[in-house]
Design a protein. Structure first.
Length: 219
């Protein structure tokens, strides 16, 4: 019995020591992944116009945009970029887009290297009559950012387009095959694990360590 108690005490001490190590290991892993991936907020204004049909969105040449330098709306990894190029949404239902949809860079060369990109996985839009002769079009895109090193982070973008006319006149034009032309700006952001979530994962991992140790000693 004494031998069993001694073994159990040693096991308990070993498990207690393993708890901070397991959590620390997870924090290090998450921290490293976030450092390599693109994270933060990204705001930009288009250098041209966009044409919206009922089931597609085309960004007219020049299909480039200027990234805001305001740290309140552009921050994190995105603060290093100044401009970018944008693709098209070929279909909203089902979603089909020119991917990479966004290509970020600091020069014309670096926005054509297929690095630091965003790929669309889903897209939707809504029309709102902002004023008697101005329609606000909100386009939401979901997808993934990919960094230079190939690390992936989940993201979402909200485009704001302004088109002249009314919702009815825009829909009438669509029926004739005529697109609604609009200026545009956008805000993108990435989603990363919250500290509480990371801590929960750490405790879960530590719990697995305890469970496995207990099974080992029970045998």
């Amino acid at each position: 019995m004494i031998g069993f108690k001694s073994t159990l005490l040693n096991a308990t001490l070993a498990i207690t020591a393993a708890l901070p190590l397991a959590a620390a290991g997870l924090f290090t892993s998450v921290g490293s992944a976030q450092a390599a991936a693109l994270v933060g907020d990204l705001s930009f204004t288009g250098n041209g116009t966009a044409s919206l049909l009922e089931n597609s969105l085309t960004f007219n040449l020049p299909n480039t945009f200027t990234i805001s330098s305001d740290p309140l709306v552009t921050n994190g990894s995105f603060a290093a970029f100044t401009q970018g190029r944008i693709g098209n949404i070929l279909s909203f239902s089902p979603t089909s887009a020119t991917n990479p949809f966004l290509d970020l860079g600091t020069s014309a060369a670096t926005i054509a290297d297929n690095l630091n990109t965003f790929a669309v996985t889903s897209a939707t839009y809504s029309l709102t009559q902002a004023t008697p002769n101005l329609v606000s079009i909100n386009v939401i895109t979901d997808g993934f950012f990919k960094s230079t090193l190939g690390d992936v982070s989940q993201g979402q973008g909200i485009f704001t387009l302004q088109a002249k006319g009314t919702i009815d006149s825009i829909k009438t034009d669509w029926a004739k095959g005529t697109a609604a032309n609009a200026t545009y700006s956008s805000l993108y952001f990435t989603t990363v694990p919250e500290p509480a979530t990371v801590l929960g994962l750490g405790l879960f991992a530590a719990g697995l360590v305890i469970s496995r140790r207990r099974k080992s000693f029970a045998q």
